[in-house]
Write a protein that binds this ligand. Structure first.
Ligand SMILES: *[C@@H]1O[C@H](CO)[C@@H](O)[C@H](O)[C@H]1NC(C)=O
Ligand SMILES: *[C@@H]1O[C@H](CO)[C@@H](O)[C@H](O)[C@H]1NC(C)=O
Ligand SMILES: *[C@@H]1O[C@H](CO)[C@@H](O)[C@H](O)[C@H]1NC(C)=O
Ligand SMILES: *[C@@H]1O[C@H](CO)[C@@H](O)[C@H](O)[C@H]1NC(C)=O
Ligand SMILES: *[C@@H]1O[C@H](CO)[C@@H](O)[C@H](O)[C@H]1NC(C)=O
Ligand SMILES: *[C@@H]1O[C@H](CO)[C@@H](O)[C@H](O)[C@H]1NC(C)=O
Ligand SMILES: *[C@@H]1O[C@H](CO)[C@@H](O)[C@H](O)[C@H]1NC(C)=O
Length: 459
């Protein structure tokens, strides 16, 4: 009987006080169990319940059990980074109501997280989930984490974020999402993070930022979007960022024409510091800093069917583009609206088209891109094709004439030298603009376009 009692006593002892094998335990400044770099394959089964800090980083752990830490109610710091954790059982962190810092980073085979993994961690202020091979964050995974201030999600494989993923994180100050595969920054992605100070989105594959994406970010000081694939960003998108101090937008594919106008205007109001924004098109502005351009250099619209086709393709592939906007927004035709030649009739038409319900509008923009692509091929063909060939040559010249310095043939550009608005329809139905100059061309338009409309109506 005494022996049995002794065995039981020895069994109970480690659960209260003694230190697990291969670990070092100390109580100052706080009760700590330090087991890092010990080649451990599993989490010690008995960990002193009074522990406030547990260090298990740089081992070879593969699983976190629901029972691993369940008795350590006073735990405030838990480091599990740089292991080979592939599975975290549901409930692994349940009841850790005092936990303030949880580091699961650098477990590149983890891949998924249970939607309820972080439930009840209402005191957590720092969560490291970088380099975990995550491609998705489950809906509601950060729900109720009202104290979270630092969230590290960089170096994963995340391509989309659900609406309201961070909506409860009103205390969040740093959100690191760089080096992922995010393609579209959506309107509701960052809803609720009203205290965000730093948002790192560089080295993703962002092609488009929706207009209200930053509307809750009035406290944001640093925004990094460099090394993405953005072509257009509007001033309206940037307007809510009233506290912004550091902006990096370099390494994108900026279209420096009328579509950049509102961003250029926004930079006139912006008081913080910004990287360069290297123009990608038009060719004659390539490499120049969008911010430094003269107002006149942003007149007109450059034909960019190549880029837009690429963008459209990646949009289709990303699959989750729920927006009603085309990737380049509805701003594209704006520079044509002031046109007071007869082509404004067509502008009216195209505006009707853009007023269609969202779904149809998206279908419209598909056709729009296709048409534009076709237009370019037609233009190329027409060059070898008698009178129309001359015509398209003129069109090509006028693109270059966007910048007065690039006038190659002064004779053919007399009309464009007049200070009138230089946009008109190049082709029927196409809402993108290019410039025409010779009155013969305009006459041709007046004749051909109505004929096309009539034949369309009749068929
Ligand atoms: C947890 O902390 C509280 C308050 O500091 C203390 O009273 C309690 O004894 C601790 N629990 C354990 C198991 O050490
Ligand atoms: C990580 O764990 C998986 C199995 O869970 C194993 O196949 C792999 O070899 C481990 N990697 C390392 C670096 O230990
Ligand atoms: C922010 O955190 C503090 C404590 O850290 C908490 O009292 C407060 O409720 C949190 N804010 C929000 C909006 O939840
Ligand atoms: C990243 O996600 C894509 C699918 O979105 C997948 O094909 C690829 O294997 C993932 N890469 C890694 C390293 O997990
Ligand atoms: C996207 O951007 C990256 C880096 O900025 C660049 O290397 C890549 O070629 C771009 N992709 C496309 C399709 O433009
Ligand atoms: C849009 O196009 C898709 C196929 O590309 C079609 O299934 C859908 O019905 C179209 N929507 C509308 C509103 O025309
Ligand atoms: C032009 O036509 C060719 C085939 O004739 C096609 O491959 C190409 O995508 C079209 N568009 C452009 C812009 O060249």
């Amino acid at each position: 009987g005494r022996l049995l009692f002794l065995v039981m006593w020895l069994n109970l002892l480690p659960q209260t006080d003694s230190c697990p094998a291969k670990c070092v335990c100390y109580s100052e400044p706080r009760p700590t169990v330090a087991c890092q770099q010990q080649g451990l394959f599993s989490i010690p089964t008995v960990i002193p319940v009074r522990s406030q800090r547990i260090f298990l980083q740089s081992n070879k752990l593969t699983v976190v059990r629901s029972t691993s830490f369940s008795s350590c109610h006073n735990l405030t710091v838990l480091w599990l980074y740089s292991n080979n954790i592939t599975y975290i059982e549901a409930g692994a962190f349940f009841g850790l109501e005092k936990l303030e810092e949880l580091d699961i980073g650098d477990n590149s085979n983890l891949r998924t997280i249970n939607p309820t993994a972080f439930r009840g961690l209402t005191k957590l202020h720092t969560l490291h989930l970088h380099r975990c091979g995550l491609s998705e964050l489950p809906v509601g995974v950060f729900r109720g984490m009202f104290s979270l201030q630092y969230l590290y999600l960089q170096d994963n494989n995340i391509s989309t974020l659900h609406d309201d993923t961070f909506v409860d994180l009103a205390n969040l100050t740093y959100l690191y999402l760089h080096n992922n595969k995010i393609k579209i920054v959506t309107d509701n992605m960052f809803r609720g993070v009203i205290n965000l100070d730093r948002l790192l989105l560089h080295q993703n594959q962002v092609i488009f930022v929706q207009p209200r994406a930053f509307s809750d970010l009035g406290k944001l000081k640093s925004l990094f979007l460099f090394f993405n694939n953005i072509t257009v960003l509007t001033g309206e998108t940037m307007d809510p960022l009233v506290s912004l101090q550091y902006l990096r937008l370099n390494g994108n594919q900026w279209i420096c024409d009328c579509r950049a106008r509102t961003l250029w205007d926004w930079f006139k109001r912006f008081k913080g510091s910004s990287s360069e924004l290297e123009c990608y098109v038009p060719e004659f502005l390539a490499g120049k800093d969008l911010k430094q351009l003269k107002s006149e250099e942003l007149e007109g619209c450059v034909e960019t069917s190549q880029i837009q086709t690429t963008l459209f393709n990646s949009k289709a592939q990303s699959g989750k583009f729920s927006s009603t906007e085309s990737p380049l927004g509805d701003n594209i035709p704006k520079c044509c609206l002031g046109d007071n030649d007869k082509s404004s009739i067509l502008s009216g038409k195209s505006r009707q088209i853009t007023n269609n319900p969202p779904k149809e509008k998206e279908n419209m923009s598909k056709t729009k891109y296709k048409q534009q692509e076709r237009t370019k091929n037609e233009t190329q063909n027409k060059q070898n094709d008698g009178p129309l060939g001359t015509l398209s040559n003129n069109l090509d010249k006028t693109l270059e004439n966007l910048n007065p310095e690039f006038i190659e043939n002064p004779e053919s550009s007399t009309a464009s030298n007049k200070k009138k608005k230089k946009c008109s329809r190049k082709t029927k139905l196409d809402s993108h603009c290019s410039k025409s100059q010779s009155s013969t061309l305009q006459v041709l338009h007046f004749l051909i376009i109505p004929m096309i409309w009539i034949s369309l109506a009749m068929s």
